[in-house]
Design a protein around this ligand. Sequence first.
Ligand SMILES: Cc1cc2nc3c(=O)[nH]c(=O)nc-3n(C[C@H](O)[C@H](O)[C@H](O)COP(=O)(O)OP(=O)(O)OC[C@H]3O[C@@H](n4cnc5c(N)ncnc54)[C@H](O)[C@@H]3O)c2cc1C
Length: 421
Amino acid sequence: MAEPAQRGATLPARTAVAVVGGGYAGLSAALTLRRLGHEVLVLDAERIGWGASSRNGGMVSGGLKVAAGALESTHGPVGARRIAAAAAASFPFIEDTIAREKIDCDYVRCGRFVPAWTQKHYDGLAARADFLAEVTGMPTRMLPRARQHEALGSDHYHGGMVAEASGSLHPGKYARGLARAAEGAGAVLMDGVRVGGITREGDGFRLATSAGELRADAVLVATNGYSRQPDGGSAMPWLARRMIPVGSYLIATEPVGTEVIDRLFPGRRMISDTKRVLNYFRPSPDGTRVLWGGRASFGPTSPEAAAPVLHGFMTDVFPELRETKITHSWTGNVAFTFDFLPHIGVQDGLHYAAGCQGSGVAMATWLGHQAGLKIAGAANEPFALDGLTFPTLPGYKGDPWFLPMVGGWYRLRDRLDRLVA
Ligand SMILES: Cc1cc2nc3c(=O)[nH]c(=O)nc-3n(C[C@H](O)[C@H](O)[C@H](O)COP(=O)(O)OP(=O)(O)OC[C@H]3O[C@@H](n4cnc5c(N)ncnc54)[C@H](O)[C@@H]3O)c2cc1C
């Protein structure tokens, strides 16, 4: 991960729009609001960009984590298509943002390869490849197992799908660049200010923060996988009750040389497989190392303990890396939701943008922008992820006690899928 830059400032007494959370969503909202002429203050409890936005794998795509069939059964065929199209639009949006704001973040439209864990998964990918091409407007194609080496230097999978609507970037550089763009447009960004509670006051809001009180006409909460603090506190408990924070883990190998990288990653695409407990992997942005990510554990685990687990997953796929050393290991929280959809909306007057299901480089940027447009009253067409019913579980407060059980069940099903295939 790249360390975010440090920022300090004095908390003003009031602002027009307060954004809680300085990740891609909060920063993108701030940029949009400033471009529309609104005063914005972004507060992060740690540092701007400290959360998932500087820790992720840098894979850029606009997909959803919910199967088309499930989406249709809840939202109907028309609603499902609108939601898929709204999600897919995040990809051209992030590409435009990077180009327009001249963000130096090693962005490449490299495409993605989705290797199939079983033949059945391959058939499932083939069945939705055309739909994906239609909603993204960019081609997809299937590579059967015999041609898998055109996209991946491994025999571990059953072929897979190449999707062109996908890219790669350096996540820390992107977070810094987005922050710089927002600041350049006039947003004020503050590190180390934790928002403890938000209450209505007249037409606006009073925010109790670790740096004193702040008044704001409007508030956007963009705290995603960090919505619930370890002590149980939250800027917006209603949102925390709808977020399922899940630890995602990443390792980087020592430099392996471009010849190995080109053999393992022909085309240098982003890779994420079809397992329920998925592996995602790629060459590092400078093309010298392998970055390998996954759910090393569903309980609290240190990056040190996660590293050998991920190394094991990696060498299952790339046996030639068995002797390759791990030089870096880190973790961060992604946020799942109970309907597997990202959401923006308003609750008790507070705007929120959250729930990217571990796939939020493009999506969080897009949700933040949409929330910014909404706050500014500048959205000129409805956004399909805005104001959807946002489910939770009775009694759930944001502490996902059930994850070890659900994660264990998903892992078991992955194993069974392969056994019966
Ligand atoms: C290891 C890992 C790998 C990933 N890989 C990918 C990938 O390859 N591709 C992809 O698309 N997505 C990936 N993701 C997901 C992606 O990084 C996230 O979806 C995205 O960064 C979310 O951005 P955000 O702005 O919503 O939240 P975050 O970046 O998490 O920001 C939330 C911020 O809120 C702040 N905050 C919380 N509470 C308060 C409070 N009370 N007061 C003030 N501030 C507060 C936190 O300090 C934090 O900085 C990955 C995530 C992780 C962790």
